[in-house]
Each structure stands twice: as structure tokens, then as C-alpha cells.
Ligand binder design. Structure first.
Ligand code: SF4
Ligand code: SF4
Length: 347
């Protein structure tokens, strides 16, 4: 029978950066809408695969010049392309051994619960008594914790010893029984430095309001993050005040938003891999936390130079725009400066 070591080695060859395994009993206190046994009643193990967000994918936002890389290569490209391919391929290997495997490398956009964990009204119906309403949603960061990849930090993010919060998680639920990894003791990485609280541009991570949960027998506590506000702030949106116009984004119900101080775009840019809106670049929950962990020297992924070299930038939208000192390098025929082609010019 295939072993945990073989699964981990194969997962890494297929593209995962870190791999951990949890036995299904660790989810025994999971609420029905987040219970993997609701998806696979005979599940024995969960395999969690961690994919790093390259520090370089955050560089352009840190400099304020190149925003799309994080949304494409550090977010949507991992979540909707790279991770699904890896978990699908690894699941094939498990099913070749005769054990069913559910690959989960995408976000649960069909989930029956909202961002706050409440059941969506008039959304879906359980197919029988005792069953969850479709779709069940497995929390990837909790799976990361229960499979031993890292701990849940104060910011509610999964912090790993390799990359801190700079990681995305995909899982495989399987009937294959595997040797589980130890769970990381809470407090191993997060020292409650509160950098995430101070640097979240929307103040979405409160310093004085927490949630306590028993997860796999551990009493965990993390900030009661304002997810509704985060959903607006991370897109670089700011609700308009009375009398103001919102050029950046107008919702289907007519709510207008302007660009916030961490957003240089006049209008909302298009989607990239379904995640084209991560303008905030996880300023508090990822960049500030990573800075703090790197400064403390507790991460295994080390760099020659520090991530942050100056004061974080901000845009003051009440001021005139700064002119860019730029001339187009190529002047096409449609350019106002283009030379009109003379008949005597030979082709
Ligand atoms: S920034 Fe500090 S308090 Fe916040 S999650 Fe990271 S280590 Fe914990
Ligand atoms: S994504 Fe941005 S707005 Fe949301 S919690 Fe993280 S830092 Fe704050």
C-alpha cells in the first residue's frame, strides 16, 4: 500500500511546496457545513498541499507599480490553475491504488455558507435528513492546521514555518489510511506582534475582539476579522460619502465606490484568473506579518535582502495626479506625433 512518505514525495514532484497529513478524526468537531465526512463518509485521511506565494509576486504592489502579478501569479493562478492540476494528478495516483480521492484545489464558490459562516438564505436544500446543504465548504486554513502545515495566526491566516502567511492550501480527502503528521503547537510562530492589525488598510483585524474555537482538540483564538469590510478594502474600494461621486466601481444595486489610498487605479481593472481585484496585496495579513516573521528570523525561506526597504506608499486622491515623465518609444501611424508617410517613401 502507498505510504505517507511516497504521497509527500510525489506531491512535491508535482509542484506542492509543503505537504501534511491529518487523520479524519481531527475533524470530529467540525460543523456539518464544514465536515469532510459529509462529502466522503468513508474518508480516513486528508492530505494538505501548501503552495507558496512568491515573495516576488508581492514586490510590485510593495513598490506601487505592478499590481496584476499578485492577483494572477500569487492568487488566482495558484488557486484556479496550478493547485487544481496538482491535486488532480495526485488524486489520480491514489485512485490508481484503489482508494477514492476528492481533489479540492479551488475556492468553494458554490458553498452554502456566506463569508461570515451563516447559511445563505434560499440557496440550496439538503437532499435528505442529516445531510448538509450543498455545497459543503472545507476550510483550507483549518485543514492546513489539522494536517500539521502550520498554525492559525492572530490574523486568522495559516502561518507556516517555511513561508509564514505566504501560502495557499489545497486538499485531498481520501479513503486511504495514512500516517498523520503532528499538529503544530499554537503560538509557535505567531507572537501577537499585531503588525497585521496595524497595517491592514481597512482596520479589518481588530486588536480587541477575538473568536475562540476548539479545533481538533486545541483551543484556538484569532481576531474577529471583519470579512465584509475586508471584501471591500482588499479590492481597493472605498464607499463614497454623501455628495461624492464614485468613479472606481458601481455595483449592480447602484452603490458607488471611489479608489482608496492604497489603490492607484481610476477604474476597477478586469478579472485575472477570477481574482483580478486583490489590489490591497494583503498589506496587513500577509505583507506586514511576513515582514515581522522575517525580521524575527523564524521563517525557513530566507532572502538576501529585506522585503521592505522604505515607508509604505499611499495615494492622496484629493491632489492632482503626478505626471509621468514618459515618451512612447514607438510612434505608430495613429500617434499624433507620427510622420505622414510620403508617397516617395519606398516600401
Ligand atoms: S502579524 Fe504578528 S500577530 Fe499578526 S498573525 Fe502575524 S505574527 Fe501573529
Ligand atoms: S486582505 Fe487586506 S483588507 Fe483584508 S484583512 Fe488582509 S490586509 Fe486587511
Amino acid at each position: 500500500m502507498i505510504t505517507s512518505q511516497e504521497i509527500k514525495a510525489m506531491a512535491k514532484r508535482m509542484g506542492a511546496d509543503i505537504v501534511g497529513i491529518g487523520s479524519i478524526d481531527r475533524w470530529s468537531t467540525a460543523p456539518i457545513q464544514m465536515d469532510p465526512k459529509q462529502i466522503m463518509p468513508k474518508a480516513k485521511s486528508i492530505i494538505a498541499l501548501g503552495f507558496r506565494v512568491l515573495r516576488g509576486s508581492l514586490r510590485g504592489i510593495e513598490e506601487g507599480t505592478y499590481f496584476s502579478n499578485y492577483s494572477a501569479m500569487g492568487y488566482g493562478g495558484i488557486t484556479y490553475l496550478y493547485m487544481p492540476m496538482t491535486v488532480i494528478n495526485l488524486s489520480k495516483m491514489i485512485e490508481d491504488e484503489g482508494y477514492e480521492a476528492v481533489p479540492m484545489g479551488h475556492q468553494s464558490d458554490w458553498r452554502a455558507i456566506d463569508n461570515l459562516g451563516y447559511l445563505r438564505e434560499n440557496y440550496s436544500r439538503p437532499v435528505a435528513p442529516g445531510k448538509a446543504a450543498p455545497d459543503v465548504m472545507i476550510s483550507m486554513r483549518i485543514a492546513g492546521f489539522l494536517c500539521g502545515l502550520g498554525e492559525i495566526g492572530y490574523s486568522k491566516m495559516l502561518l507556516t514555518p517555511e513561508f509564514g502567511p505566504r501560502v495557499r492550501v489545497g486538499i485531498i480527502i481520501t479513503e486511504l489510511e495514512l500516517e498523520p503528521d503532528p499538529i503544530m503547537e499554537p503560538g509557535t510562530l505567531c507572537n501577537r506582534c499585531m503588525a497585521c492589525v496595524r497595517e491592514c488598510p481597512g482596520g479589518c483585524i481588530p486588536a480587541d475582539r477575538t473568536i475562540k474555537e476548539n479545533v481538533g482538540g486545541y483551543e484556538l483564538e484569532w481576531a474577529d476579522v471583519d470579512m465584509e469590510k475586508c471584501d471591500i478594502v482588499f479590492q481597493g474600494k472605498e464607499p463614497v460619502k454623501e455628495g461624492e461621486r464614485g468613479e472606481y466601481f458601481v455595483s449592480q444595486t447602484g452603490e458607488e465606490y471611489k479608489s482608496s489610498a492604497i489603490n492607484p487605479f481610476v477604474h476597477q481593472p478586469p478579472m485575472l484568473y477570477k481574482s483580478g481585484k486583490a489590489i490591497c496585496g494583503a498589506a496587513g495579513c500577509t505583507r506586514a506579518c511576513m515582514n515581522s516573521l522575517e525580521k524575527r528570523g523564524v521563517l525557513k525561506n530566507k532572502f538576501e535582502s529585506p522585503f521592505r526597504t522604505g515607508k509604505p506608499w499611499k495615494i492622496d486622491w484629493s491632489q492632482e495626479a503626478i505626471e509621468v515623465d514618459y515618451k512612447a518609444p514607438y510612434e505608430g501611424l495613429n500617434s499624433p506625433n507620427a510622420k505622414v508617410k510620403d508617397k516617395s517613401d519606398t516600401d
